[in-house]
Design a protein. Structure first.
Lengths: 314, 326
């Protein structure tokens, strides 16, 4: 704090202004602030730690993985965990540890992109229809109702089946899956945003910003939207866990990327045949799915406790 | 003759509700000259705030509508303007200070962001220019060390300070006309006086006109040049502040003045107005005030009295004065 210097005299009081802190310190402050908030809820802090580990593993996959996840080695198939293969090998002799890392990376990416996309489309949609009301609202919400009426799983099955029939492969198949997930997640976000906007637009600050001449779209998106973010963040987080479960379930059913690609769902499915003799092969992908869904759900529930002031003092 | 800034001509605002129509403002006319402060007084629900919102075109439609009347601002009818023209007018030409400084400021933005938002969209200032201007505005409205308070959030301010921020926001784009909708009601008494001083001082300094809405007669006597007294959607008396306080002509105004505590000991007890405000969904026939009026006559039940000039510049809407002139 030795760098404090006196600013000019303002209204007779000496104003002190610290020099702008360097970027590193600013980031550190942000992190410590976030952590301070998170500690209000044990659930959220456990979830946060689990998520940091998860994302760390996803980002660090190329350095953390010990083997090529696709390379088969029949001399080392169905091995128990050892120093060479941390979690053992599967029926093709592939390293389970490396497969889990690569599979998780792909799974988390799909889920994050899908949920982000559904937020990006759904939230402005809900905010604008809610703010303008009238005919726009009626038409918009009927579209949303239509989408909601479609069972999510059916929608994914439809999309993926059609994509497979059209011989989509690899990344293209993932893109279709992301699209289907985003589409199915959109109505929920739109409805939630609209409901919050309906309550929020009655507040006086909205009228005040009309009184200073802001345009309706500007009021809706830059004045109201920041005020209704917390329920959206919570839903999106919980939704992430759900989406991961869905994607894993789809590839468990064989509606994901075909076998050589590491994938928790299809690895789990393939391991079923060895359940009696080598249960660990099935256990690891299963545990990975559990861990990830649990991390998102804990974090989401904890966030809800922190962000909802009505639940705060408990 | 001074230039007229704002003139209301038979302004009527009606709300179409499920239970029926409600006329919140009925044939209200008054005008405000440049540099003048006009006070609009009345009980809760008498239509003061709706009048202000109609001037800003902030009446939600539906359910609100303006079946007839004109709002002439600097000579042109505001009600004929397009939404885009209206947006250009709000903030830049007409500023508005709201009643609740607690809820009229957006809780997720810092004070600087909030005020500079209007500056940047309306006047096209750069971020740095807007920041300089915000500092200027905040010191203008008497916020000590504005540099330090600039990046605070609204919840870090006290009520009086928030009202100062509101005022700074309303003044930010140099409007020529300011509407203050009960700016002191939500504040405690000591702060009320300060804010009142501030607003009237500001008006004088910047040569603006002011429409001051309040239910506090003391505030009116202190701040306004002319007064309109509203009762149940009508203006019942209109005139210079001195004239109205010295020589009230409408029984309602007399009643209002009698219900203020006085320091000079003229009356030992306060005389409240009997009864309560009429139900606006089902207003009484004739003069809206007749069920509570001690002078009520037959004609009061039948005919709505028109505003008539009793003395130069002093108008009242009461049948008692028909008898006098007839």
């Amino acid at each position: 704090m030795s760098e404090l210097k006196a600013d000019k005299l303002v209204d007779g009081t000496l104003a002190w202004r610290a020099p702008p802190p360097p970027l590193v310190r600013r980031i550190a402050t942000t992190i410590s602030n976030v952590w301070y908030e998170l500690r209000k809820s044990r659930t959220a802090s456990i979830g946060a730690v689990m998520l940091v580990l998860l994302f760390g593993a996803c980002i660090g996959t190329p350095w953390l993985a010990t083997h090529d996840p696709i390379k088969q080695n029949y001399r080392e198939r169905l091995q128990p965990p050892s120093e060479k293969h941390l979690l053992g090998t599967d029926r093709m002799g592939r390293d389970i540890y490396s497969r889990l890392l690569y599979g998780g990376r792909r799974l988390v990416t799909i889920a994050v992109v899908a949920v982000t996309l559904s937020l990006v489309v759904g939230v402005p949609f809900g905010v604008l229809t809610g703010y303008f009301g009238g005919l726009a609202d009626t038409i918009g919400m009927r579209i949303v109702d239509g989408l909601l009426a479609f069972p999510g799983l059916l929608l994914y099955l439809l999309f993926v089946t059609v994509a497979q029939a059209w011989k989509f492969e690899g990344v293209m198949l993932d893109v279709v899956l992301v699209g289907a997930l985003a589409l199915a997640g959109m109505p929920e976000k739109a409805r939630l945003a609209r409901g919050s906007v309906l309550a929020e637009k009655q507040k006086e600050y909205v009228e005040a910003s009309r009184a200073v001449g802001d345009s309706p779209a500007r009021i809706a998106l830059s004045q109201i939207l920041p005020n209704i973010l917390s329920p959206l963040i919570v839903t999106a987080t919980v939704r992430l866990g759900f989406v991961i479960l869905i994607v894993a379930a789809l590839s468990f059913l064989g509606l994901g990327t075909p076998p050589p690609t590491p994938d928790w769902g299809s690895d789990l499915s393939a391991a079923r045949d060895y359940m009696e003799t080598h249960p660990l092969i099935a256990a690891f992908p299963g545990l990975a799915i559990c861990y990830t869904v649990l991390a998102f759900n804990l974090f989401g529930d904890g966030l809800r406790d922190i962000l909802d002031p009505r639940l705060a003092e408990r | 003759m001074a230039e007229t800034v704002l003139a209301l001509d038979e302004l009527t605002v009606r709300f179409r509700l499920r239970r029926g129509d409600l006329t919140a403002v009925d044939g209200v006319s008054f005008s405000i000259e440049r540099g003048q402060t006009f006070g609009l007084v009345g009980e809760s629900g008498s239509g003061k705030s709706v009048t202000a919102k109609a001037i800003m075109r902030l009446i939600p439609d539906p359910p609100g509508e303006i079946p007839h009347g004109r709002v002439l601002f600097e000579g042109s009818n505001i009600l004929d303007k397009s939404d885009t023209e209206m947006r250009a007018l709000r903030g830049r030409r007409i500023g508005m200070v709201f009643q609740e400084p607690m809820s009229a400021l957006n809780p997720v933005f810092t004070v600087c962001d909030q005020i500079s938002d209007a500056l940047r969209t309306n006047l096209g200032l750069s971020k740095a220019e807007a920041r300089e201007r915000v500092i200027e505005l905040l010191s203008l409205v008497g916020i000590p060390s504005p540099q330090k308070r600039l990046d605070s959030y609204v919840h870090e301010f006290s009520g009086g300070m928030r009202q100062r921020v509101m005022l700074a926001m309303a003044l930010s784009c140099n409007p020529s006309f300011l509407i203050a909708d009960e700016p002191t009601t939500a504040l405690d008494v000591t702060i009320q006086a300060t804010i009142l001083e501030l607003i009237t001082g500001m008006i004088e300094r910047l040569g603006m006109s002011l429409l001051f809405i309040t239910h506090n007669l003391g505030v009116v006597a202190h701040a306004c040049d002319r007064v309109g007294v509203m009762y149940a959607s009508h203006i019942v008396e209109l005139g210079d502040t001195r004239e109205i306080f010295a020589n009230p002509q409408h029984p309602y105004t007399v009643g209002l003045l009698n219900s203020i505590p006085r320091l000079d000991g003229q009356a030992k007890y306060l005389t409240p107005i009997a009864g309560s405000v009429c139900n606006m969904m089902d207003p009484p026939s004739g003069c809206k005030f007749h069920p509570r009026c001690s002078h009520a006559m037959d004609i009061c039940r039948r005919e709505i009295p028109r505003l008539k000039e009793i003395a130069p510049g002093h108008l009242a809407a009461c049948h008692l004065h028909d008898r006098g002139t007839a």
